[in-house]
Design a protein around this ligand. Structure first.
Ligand code: CTP
Length: 402
């Protein structure tokens, strides 16, 4: 187990995202970590110490001056007996206290007293997040070596939308594994394709598609988060390069294939790019309007990167994962695609206009392997990425044990 024997001090502050911290406790314990929990007064308005204690299997600490708690565990010991301190959710208020070095409750005191690495998972309203005070506090904390995961953008509890959602539990787990070293994918190599391809028509025009690259980029970030040495081969997108990932920027399908082949060998390849199936025979000079019919485009087929990576041979990654973007007969078409391309898994997603997948943040997918179909609930693209990375890690772990 990836976190066997590691000791996490989890500080839960008062925000609605506190409910996700209960799942975080469960996920950490599943991986063999022991979790000791400190809750602020505010946190106790959202979740009860009893829920956290049931999941952590340990006393939950809430009070700086409680004689019973203090006699069992002073705040200095609390801070010292951990390999890592995680603050999730980290509210704007607690971040401000940390930046100022205040120690007016148990959480703030433990944070001031610890000399252990600290990971913060901020969660707050978008306007509080964007406020210059919060940003300055964060910059200060990061300059002191604290690490941060999230926040993600998306709908917030108050009905608004924007950055401020706490990172998902599995993303926090990945960040923890990365900080403690030896993530479950440490020593593994991953290759991910993402984004659209641009296929030139002439030196100034091209054929493209609506892929945003969000899903592929999130997958690369999630795999790197689990410790994999990750190469992301990306077509043109507005997405920033994910941290900890080597990004190779390409434009056309042929460039993407060449970059992928160069990135081999890899233990796993995930093809999330929306590669153009055809390219035009590009004109060497800009096509000009003439008095006559508009020019006809002659299309030729592009190489299929997924099929090419799936070809049997000693350079084939142990696990090749493709995506099937379909507008109808999702499972049937995705199954056919899996067989045709020779990949191991297909992540099938509905890209009909009604599903809002292209360019949006949400994704309802089905994971298809040789054994059958697994329906996943509607998830954000980051959640899909975290789940997929987790599945990939478990698959490779199983293969290594065989
Ligand atoms: N893919 C690829 N190279 C291509 C075309 C597709 O690597 N030239 C990969 C995509 O990254 C994705 C999978 O193949 O993982 C499915 O792509 P999709 O466009 O949905 O399928 P197509 O092969 O284009 O089939 P169809 O046009 O019949 O839907």
């Amino acid at each position: 187990m990836a976190l066997q024997g590691r000791r996490i001090l989890l500080i839960i502050a008062g925000g609605i995202a506190a409910y996700k911290s209960l799942d975080l406790i469960r996920r950490l314990r599943e991986r063999g970590a022991s979790v000791r929990v400190v809750m602020t007064q505010g946190a106790q308005r959202f979740i009860t110490p009893l829920s956290a204690a049931s999941l952590s299997g340990d006393t939950v600490y809430t009070d700086l001056f409680s004689l019973t708690e203090e006699s069992e565990m002073g705040h200095l010991r609390l801070a010292g007996e951990a390999d890592l301190v995680v603050v999730a959710p980290a509210t704007a208020d607690l971040l401000a206290k940390m930046a100022a070095g205040l120690a007016d409750d148990l959480a703030a005191t433990a944070l001031l007293a610890t000399d252990k690495p600290i990971l913060i998972a901020p969660a707050m309203n978008t306007r509080m997040w964007r406020n210059a005070a919060t940003q300055a506090n964060l910059a200060l904390l990061e300059s002191r070596g604290m690490r941060r995961v999230g926040p993600n953008a998306g709908p917030l509890a108050e009905g608004e939308s924007g950055p401020g959602r706490m990172a998902e539990p599995l993303e926090i787990v990945a960040a923890i594994e990365q900080m403690l070293g030896g993530g479950v994918l440490a020593g593994r190599r991953a290759l991910v394709t993402s984004g659209p391809t641009f296929e030139p028509i002439d030196p100034v025009r091209f054929i493209a598609n609506r892929s945003s690259g969000k899903q592929g980029h999130a997958i690369a970030a999630a795999l790197a988060g689990l410790g994999a040495e990750t190469v992301l081969v990306s077509g043109p997108t507005a997405e920033p390069d994910p941290p900890g990932v080597r990004v190779v920027h390409v434009e056309s399908a042929r460039e993407m294939l060449a970059a992928c082949e160069k990135a081999l060998p890899a233990d796993v390849a995930v093809c999330a790019a929306a590669v153009a199936d055809w390219r035009a025979e590009a004109a060497p000079q800009k096509l000009k309007k003439k008095n006559g019919p508009p020019p006809a485009l002659k299309l030729v087929e592009n190489p299929d990167i997924l099929a090419s990576l799936s070809k049997p041979g000693n350079r084939r990654p142990r696990l090749v994962v493709g995506f099937a973007a379909e507008t109808e007969k999702l499972i049937e078409h995705a199954r056919e695609k899996r067989a045709k391309k020779g990949c191991d898994w297909i992540v099938a997603n509905d890209v009909s206009a009604a599903a809002g997948t292209f360019g949006g943040d949400a994704n309802t997918v089905h994971l298809i392997d040789a054994g059958g179909v697994e329906d996943w609930p509607p998830l954000s693209k980051r959640e899909v990425a975290a789940r997929l990375a987790d599945r990939i890690a478990r698959f490779l772990e199983r293969k290594a044990a065989e």
